[in-house]
Design a protein around this ligand. Structure first.
Ligand SMILES: NC(=O)c1ccc[n+]([C@@H]2O[C@H](COP(=O)([O-])OP(=O)(O)OC[C@H]3O[C@@H](n4cnc5c(N)ncnc54)[C@H](O)[C@@H]3O)[C@@H](O)[C@H]2O)c1
Length: 333
């Protein structure tokens, strides 16, 4: 198959490309390197060269339709699946640059959707559990409503709202253009290449502090929990959403949304303990102000993913943290 992966040089995107290559798909990445890295694609480039498959990278803005035209030419004039991952991700950005988060997440989505529609390609949109905002009823499922706090309080939900609107637009394209769109919602994915800088995500941020012998920061009291999900588990789910013509239970996948998350809740305090145990860090963590709008829990209902995709998370958090720590130490040598 010929595949476009927007945001393919990022954390999930680069792992997705590696997995797609194993099935001999011809891939074209579109990434403007806002947070993507050329080095994230090194394995893809070398594997593709060994396998004799072309691997294309268009280093441009996915908001611009021209980027997709270039991708189309590189793929020889046709495309079967568009995996849309390009977005501004990372909690700090949501607060600091809500304007950019809304603009980029919306404009890249509409450009990718228009392209997939015009090409008759299948479309996989990586939404997020943040699209439910501060919904407290768990587990999060198809019938759960989105709850966003007033916009004058904080701008945290610039990201969640952009994903919510993205889902609306995917449904609109399905209804008006008969596009074959599917939605996936990864739950706190982590693993090698997850950014651990100030604009990064919690597992890598904590492990990076351990690596640098600096105190890990706990926002609020640390009682908030998440369902941390190993990157290869999440990527297997994203790929299944693009690969399967219909569900393994015979269901129609068009318009369906799939939660891709572990169902084991771990508090931030428990996560910190695991990072201490795996890294051997002896520095005491410090408590800092909580992030406004931070959900207390985020537990997925994965019934649809189990039944239609045959998907569930397989790798335990302890194993995943050990693998991430080993990768991080290796990178720092
Ligand atoms: N990591 C998670 O746990 C998680 C959870 C839920 C949803 N998601 C979604 O999955 C997708 C991938 O997330 P990730 O964690 O890999 O983040 P990431 O930041 O590593 O990847 C996003 C990629 O999009 C690229 N990008 C940003 N703006 C762009 C633009 N205008 N044009 C082209 N490329 C652009 C970035 O450079 C980056 O490489 C995102 O849509 C994110 O919202 C991720």
């Amino acid at each position: 198959m010929r595949v476009v992966v927007t945001g393919g040089a990022g954390f999930l995107g680069s792992h997705l490309c590696e997995s797609l290559l194993l099935d001999f798909h011809e891939i074209c990445v579109i990434d403007d390197m806002f947070r993507g890295k050329q080095r994230n694609l090194e394995t893809c480039k070398s594997s593709a060269a060994e396998m004799g498959i072309p691997f294309h990278v268009v280093m441009k803005d996915a908001s611009n339709p021209e980027s997709f035209e270039i991708a189309l030419r590189r793929l020889g004039g046709g495309v079967d699946v568009v995996y849309h991952l390009a977005a501004i991700n990372g909690t700090r950005w949501f607060h600091e640059r809500p304007d950019l988060v809304v603009k980029i997440n919306h404009n890249t989505l509409t450009a990718a959707l228009d392209f997939a529609t015009s090409q008759g390609a299948r479309f996989v949109f990586t939404s997020s559990p943040e699209a439910w905002g501060e919904q407290s009823e768990m587990p999060l499922k198809e019938t759960s409503s989105s709850i966003f706090s007033p916009s004058n309080m904080h701008q945290r939900h610039s990201y969640g709202a952009s994903k919510y609107i993205g889902e609306l637009l995917v449904h609109h394209a399905i209804q008006t253009h008969s596009m074959d769109g599917r939605i996936v919602r990864p739950f706190n994915s982590y693993g090698p290449r997850l950014p651990g800088d100030n604009h990064g995500q919690v597992v890598s941020m904590l492990l990076e502090k351990c690596l640098r012998n600096e105190p890990m920061e706990i926002h609020g009291k640390g009682g908030q929990s998440r369902c941390f999900t190993w990157v290869e588990d999440v990527v297997r789910g994203i790929k299944l959403a693009g690969d399967l013509d219909s569900g393994i239970d015979g269901s129609n996948l068009t318009g369906e949304a799939f939660n891709l998350g572990s169902t084991i809740e771990t508090s931030i305090l428990e996560l910190v303990d695991m990072c201490v145990e795996v890294s051997g860090s002896e520095i005491e963590p410090i408590f800092v102000a909580s992030n406004p709008g931070d959900a207390i829990r985020r537990l997925p209902d994965i019934t649809a993913s189990e039944q239609a995709l045959g998907w569930n998370a397989e790798v335990s958090l302890k194993d995943g943290i050990e693998r991430t720590w080993a990768w991080m130490k290796n990178q720092s040598i």
